[in-house]
Write a protein that binds this ligand. Structure first.
Ligand code: NCD
Length: 370
């Protein structure tokens, strides 16, 4: 290497391990592979929320829908989902349909050549030759990141989107959650472009409730909420299922205020949003069978009198008993909005990866007022 280049490198501060991980997943400072929530800074989050708003508004007319389906009709997506999924799978297929992107899926390893002894890495290398995008859900922590590196080394590099990796991360759920929170805090009245002029998260108290140790959605959303100064977080869970130290260290590094607690009832009155989660007992090991009393981590209709007027209730779903069905038809329930918002947010994300976001903005400004 020429000396000048060596000197230039010496002058640069060495990137930390975390920064290096993010850099390997991005192109031109933008997410190319979507694997970790830490890839998204506040600007990028808000641009995606604005883009999602634009897409949903464009899609309200037949002419707008016809425009959207031309955008990615020349690209193909593979949904490699070898862990159970209803919402994430269907919302990605709906997002592809919004953008006119043909897709195919593998949902069961027993139908792939893996039963003939092909390695999973080779299966994915093969998929990368037929498709232009891999969207994957996998039980292995870090597997989506491993796939991103593997694809970077292929002669034909295509992006991968992590639709849930083990107990670790679920970044697209976190993006749709923050989109839902911002719409709720803005009372759904602020139009596209204006919503983020004021920090709608400022001064808000948001609680995560339930199995926070093994809930990947909570981990990913915590990373994103750190980008909003003025937010206060509460982690309310049985002590054995409390959020892990790596997340708390990240919050400390980002000066995010937080509190650990173990009873929802004593905190519910202070909350602007509550993010409920189910017991993730599919991860239980034989030595760690969960026999936890979940009552203190359940939200019931008899608690309504303690709610703040505009409390937003979120849940990534599926739910069990921790979220009372009697709350479903109340204005507090935002979990059905989350489901629908996920489709628009994932369409925005795919549009952004393939750089058709510019065409969407141009179309929006030509045909819509804000
Ligand atoms: C979550 C998941 O798979 O992590 N579901 C989802 O994607 N909406 C939450 C869960 O399974 O509890």
């Amino acid at each position: 290497m020429p000396t000048a280049e060596v000197d230039a490198e010496v002058d640069q501060p060495a990137p930390s391990g975390a920064a290096r991980r993010v850099t390997a997943l991005n192109r031109n400072d933008k997410a190319f592979h979507v694997v970790l929530a830490q890839q998204f800074e506040r600007d990028a989050i808000e641009q995606l929320c604005t883009l999602a708003d634009m897409i949903r508004e464009i899609a309200t007319t037949r002419q707008g829908t016809q425009f959207l389906i031309t955008l990615l009709s020349h690209r193909r997506a593979m949904l490699y989902f070898i862990q159970p999924s209803t919402r994430t799978f269907l919302s990605f297929t709906a997002a592809c349909q919004v953008l006119g992107m043909p897709f195919n899926d593998v949902r069961d390893r027993s139908t792939s050549s893996e039963v003939k002894g092909e390695s999973e890495d080779d299966t994915i290398r093969v998929l990368s030759q037929y498709f232009d995008l891999i969207i994957m859900r996998h039980p292995g922590e870090g597997f989506a990141e491993h796939v991103a590196h593997m694809l970077n080394d292929m002669p034909r590099t295509i992006p991968v989107i992590n639709g849930g990796s083990g107990k670790d991360q679920h970044p697209t759920q976190a993006l749709l959650d923050i989109y839902t929170l911002s719409r709720s805090f803005a009372q759904q009245t602020a139009k596209v472009e204006r919503r983020f002029k004021d920090n709608v998260f400022d001064g808000k108290t948001i609680a995560f409730v339930g199995d926070l140790k093994r809930g990947r959605t909570v981990r990913s959303l915590s990373y994103l909420l750190c980008k909003y100064s003025g937010v206060k977080l509460k982690f309310i869970s049985p002590p054995s299922l409390q959020i892990s130290d790596d997340i708390l260290e990240y919050l400390n590094r980002n000066d995010t205020q937080y509190e650990l607690a173990n009873d929802l009832r004593t905190h519910i009155g202070e909350l602007d949003a509550v993010y409920m989660t189910r017991l993730q007992d599919e991860w239980d090991t034989d030595t760690e069978k969960s026999s936890i009393d979940y009552d203190k981590f359940s939200l019931t209709a008899d608690m309504t009198g303690m709610f703040k007027k505009d409390l937003a209730i979120l849940h990534p779903l599926p739910r069990r008993e921790e979220l009372d069905q009697k709350l479903d038809a109340t204005p507090y329930a935002k979990y059905w909005d989350q489901v629908r918002n996920g489709m628009w947010m994932r369409a925005a994300l795919i549009a952004s990866i393939f750089n058709v976001d510019i065409a969407i903005r141009d179309h929006y400004h030509a045909y819509h007022t804000y």
